[in-house]
Write a protein that binds this ligand. Structure first.
Ligand SMILES: NC(=O)c1ccc[n+]([C@@H]2O[C@H](COP(=O)([O-])OP(=O)(O)OC[C@H]3O[C@@H](n4cnc5c(N)ncnc54)[C@H](OP(=O)(O)O)[C@@H]3O)[C@@H](O)[C@H]2O)c1
Length: 381
């Protein structure tokens, strides 16, 4: 099968190179911007790909929602298969693309969009057919894992950890989506949609790592905890919870062994029990390998990752509770249901009684609106 590549950046170049030696696949035209078509295999219009009868599939690795959506829709409408690594596109318009694919008998797979080389969505799409998936989540952002690891193991301040992550190519020049938890949130949205056919949209909550300090790390590490940014999704009666927040884990938890920019995804099947997948969540070759895996699955007859009934639902984060470790201005500590607390120099550090995820995130937003500084992390029991 000849595969066109839309976008020739970090992932696109990797996909193109891997296609040269992949079994049953060969590289087709590569879409680049006008003026960048400096080789015969490069084209500058999507029509050149859509109208090429030899092209059987396209890999969209450009990023962004538009024009990626229009190009993906054109490819699928022509009856050609589409794979993508673009989480922003699938989170925003994936349900529409899946419908267009079904209508035209084409495949639409996107396992590279969540977990890079880690075959998380691939496993979920297979597991849901034979088992009930009870919950899912994990460390789904390599940039923030690298930074948290550097803050905790090397004692770096947040700014230095971010600079190092950028120097090593783990963080983009604008790291907002990573450090705010938005990138991990988009990935957990996709995982929920694949596992349960429900794409949570309104009411999603993401707390990132931008407020963690080396002093916080020293404080919770002295008490035997390691911090990781975790995404979690699960079922609550008829609803779905989906959120991202820092979590403090006891020594010995599997997530504590995830160092540098690695990812660890997990899900729990009613029969299978807990399943853990660990690997490189980003980078040219791991991500390109996931794109190629999807293309290989298409050759084996795999057609869809989103179940046919997939629909958007509001997220319900009011029914999940944790104890929380919180650092906040001392004069606001009494506003929280407190298990234990200490305070010095106008700053309180406390552990709350069980609080809903929705209540904790709302409280933090209120403190910030008042101009106060707050860091919080769920305590893993
Ligand atoms: N990098 C990773 O490790 C990784 C991991 C998992 C998922 N992803 C996802 O994979 C996608 C690609 O990421 P990347 O890191 O490869 O990004 P990248 O290095 O910025 O590459 C994107 C390429 O697409 C090109 N492009 C953008 N819009 C275009 C258009 N309208 N027409 C033609 N070409 C266009 C860009 O050209 P210009 O340079 O001219 O703008 C660039 O060459 C994103 O959705 C990202 O979230 C990346």
């Amino acid at each position: 099968m000849k595969v066109a590549v839309l976008g020739y950046g970090t992932v696109g170049l990797g996909v193109y190179e891997m296609l040269k030696t992949a079994k049953g696949l060969e590289p087709g035209p590569v879409l680049v911007r006008p003026g960048k078509d400096d080789a015969p295999f490069k084209v500058t219009s999507i029509e050149a790909i859509v109208n090429d009868p030899e092209v059987g599939a396209a890999a969209e690795v450009m990023g962004g929602v538009e024009p990626a959506f229009s190009y993906a829709a054109a490819v699928l409408s022509a009856g050609k298969h589409l794979v993508t690594s673009n989480k922003a596109l699938v989170a925003a318009r994936g349900i529409e693309l899946a419908e267009i694919a079904r209508e035209h008998g084409a495949a639409f797979l996107f396992s590279a969009a969540c977990g890079g080389g880690v075959p998380f969505l691939h496993h979920l799409s297979l597991a849901r057919e034979s088992d009930e998936i009870l919950s899912l989540g994990g460390i789904l952002n390599g940039t923030t894992n690298y930074m948290l690891d550097a803050i905790q193991r090397l004692g770096l301040e947040y700014e230095q950890a971010l600079k190092d992550a950028q120097r090593l190519g783990y963080a983009e020049a604008d790291p907002t989506a990573d450090v705010s938890g938005l990138d991990a949130l988009r990935k957990i949205m996709l995982a929920c949609a694949v596992a349960w056919g429900r794409l949570p949209r309104e009411g999603l909550l993401n707390e990132g790592i931008a407020s963690v300090t080396a002093a916080d790390a020293a404080h919770f590490m002295a008490r035997g905890y390691t911090c990781r940014l975790m995404a979690r999704g699960g079922k609550t009666g008829d609803g779905i919870y989906a959120y991202v927040e820092p979590v403090l884990l006891r020594e010995g938890a599997a997530e504590c062994s995830v160092l540098e920019n690695y990812n660890m995804a997990r899900y729990e099947g009613a029969c299978a029990g807990p399943i853990i997948l660990m690997g490189q969540g980003a980078g040219r070759w791991p991500t390109a390998s996931a794109v190629l895996r999807d293309l290989g699955c298409i050759l084996l007859g795999h057609r869809e990752m989103l179940p046919a009934c997939c629909a958007e639902v509001p997220a319900d984060n009011g029914g999940v509770s944790h104890l929380y470790y919180v650092r906040l201005p001392a004069h606001r500590a009494a506003a929280l249901p407190c298990e234990s607390a200490e305070s010095a120099g106008g700053v309180a550090r406390l552990v709350t009684k069980p609080m809903s995820v929705a209540a904790m995130h709302a409280f933090a937003a209120k403190i910030r609106a008042e101009g106060g500084e707050i860091f919080f992390a769920a305590l893993e029991q």
